[in-house]
Design a protein around this ligand. Structure first.
Ligand code: 5AD
Ligand code: SF4
Length: 468
């Protein structure tokens, strides 16, 4: 069997490259790095590790590409539009590199695990110096070293299921919430999805490694943690510890300093009664659930290989709400899956009206090379799919607004996360259920838990007043 972890020797070898880079970078003005992330929170978390490696290698950070000595694009392959943005932005870097030939440009992440894309970058984007995939992030120090000392392109992309690299340094986003990956990869092979091909099979991190990371972030003042995995409900199935996801939540909740625990993503087929009990009983586990349904029609769910039915999904929601009546519910929906007919879509619409989610993330189906759905013929044309997408959004906006209005006049505990991006005087925070709340208040409240009276509701957020 393949090793579960990258060896300590190999990790040490990479540390040595980081140290050599740090020495090299110490000469002259401070070298600056820019890491740009596309896609999901797992990718954000990977980018935090990339920043950790760059900081350990003597780089500071900047926000503008023109100021950077190294730029890394961490890419997403879930839908085509994210890929097109990467190609566009990468093309624009050519000009910057022409003016500043010593600029190092790296590209990594899920797009690199698709051979046709990596080949295209190698061939047509000669200004890219470093290519690495999702399984080889820990080798970044060596890859940068090769480029800066030998001036040659370095590529490290492998197709393995990826041994876990513990102990990669990290520079986390400042704030209230720390992201912690508890597992990598996915075994589900939903027929539209590229993730199992680009992130490999499911691998769970050891409980102690996760708990050590939780203790570490708690000691640094993070109050909330977000446990990440493509399918957190199968956490531990590949370990011998006998600890499942519900047990893990209870263990994490014992760490002092952590006030709220969130997690994503859950697969409805693995969503257990035991997990419902933990959400109902454990005070630190937020009464919030993101449970992607993808479609409301059994015919489509079957073609998607989701392995649950509309009825069994609704049954789980009913059970969850019976135990946790105030639970906040969100979901993902794909509109325009190839075999979807108009009446299939109407079933999705009726499902969201029946469940009444707090909000939904809806996506127009995007064909992914190599997945089974890419071979299926479309029933609907683009115009019809777009019209359905708009109808779905409109129906959901009304529901979200109505649900938000039911919060008005009540009080909630809100952890203040920061200032609003559009108005300096507004602070933003979240309720336990994850509802975004805007209040007027002093910046000294950032990071604190405050009692807030909800004065009015918008579609996307609530407006509140600080209780004295
Ligand atoms: N096209 C559109 N949306 C997709 N998703 C995954 N693959 C595709 C695709 N090929 C959506 C699913 C998933 C979310 C993260 O992205 O809804 O839950
Ligand atoms: Fe993709 Fe399905 Fe795995 Fe989610 S569960 S990552 S949609 S294959």
């Amino acid at each position: 069997m393949a090793e579960k972890h990258i060896s300590a020797e190999e990790m040490q070898r990479q540390v040595a490259f980081s140290e050599k880079l740090k020495e090299l970078n110490a000469a002259g003005r401070e070298k600056k790095a820019l890491v740009v992330t596309y896609g999901c929170q797992q990718n954000e978390n990977d980018s935090e590790r990339i920043r950790g490696i760059l900081a350990a290698s003597g780089y500071g950070f900047c926000e503008k590409p023109e100021e950077a000595d190294i730029i890394i694009y961490n890419t997403c392959a879930v839908r085509e539009n994210a890929e097109l943005r990467v190609f566009g932005n990468l093309g624009a870097l050519k000009l910057i590199k022409r003016k500043k030939p010593e600029l190092v440009i790296g590209i990594c992440g899920c797009m690199m695990q698709q051979k046709h894309i990596a080949d295209q970058i190698k061939k047509k984007y000669k200004h890219v110096d470093i290519l690495f995939g999702t399984h080889t992030l820990y080798t970044l120090p060596e890859l940068i070293w090769q480029v800066v000392t030998q001036g040659q392109r370095s590529v490290h992309i492998i197709d393995s299921d990826g041994a876990i690299a513990e102990e990669i340094p990290i520079v986390r986003a400042e704030g209230v919430t720390a992201y912690i990956s508890i597992m990598f990869g996915c075994n589900n092979f939903c027929s539209y999805c590229i993730v199992p091909y680009v992130r490999g099979r499911e691998r769970s991190r050891d409980v102690e490694d996760i708990l050590n990371e939780v203790r570490d972030v708690a000691s640094k003042g993070y109050k909330e943690i977000m446990l990440l995995g493509q399918n957190v409900n199968s956490y531990g199935k590949d370990l011998q510890s006998g600890i499942d996801f519900s047990d893990l939540l209870n263990l994490v909740s014992e760490v002092d300093g952590i006030e709220r625990i969130r997690f994503m993503t859950s697969h409805p087929k693995d969503f257990s009664d035991k997990l419902i009990d933990v959400i109902a009983e454990n005070k630190k586990v937020c009464r919030q659930m993101h449970l992607p349904v993808q479609a409301g029609s059994n015919a489509v769910l079957e073609k998607m290989n989701r392995r649950y039915t509309r009825e069994s999904y609704l049954e789980k929601i009913k059970k969850l709400r019976a135990r946790v009546p105030d639970v906040t519910l969100t979901t993902d929906i794909i509109v325009g899956f190839p075999t979807e007919t108009q009446s299939d879509f109407e079933e999705t619409l009726s499902l969201i009206k029946e469940v009444r989610y707090d909000s939904i993330y809806s996506f127009i189906y995007s064909k992914r090379v190599g997945t089974p759905a890419a071979e299926m013929d479309f029933v609907m044309d683009e115009a019809q799919i777009h019209a359905n997408f708009d109808r779905l959004l409109e129906a959901q906006n009304q529901i979200s607004r109505e649900i938000n209005e039911s919060y008005v006049g009540k009080e909630y505990d809100v952890i203040i996360e920061g200032k609003s991006k559009t108005d300096e005087n507004i602070l933003t925070g979240r309720t336990e259920g994850g509802k975004l709340v805007h209040i007027t208040g002093d910046a000294s409240l950032i990071g604190q838990t405050v009692r807030v009276y909800i004065a009015s509701a918008m579609t996307w957020y609530l407006k509140g007043e600080l209780k004295k």
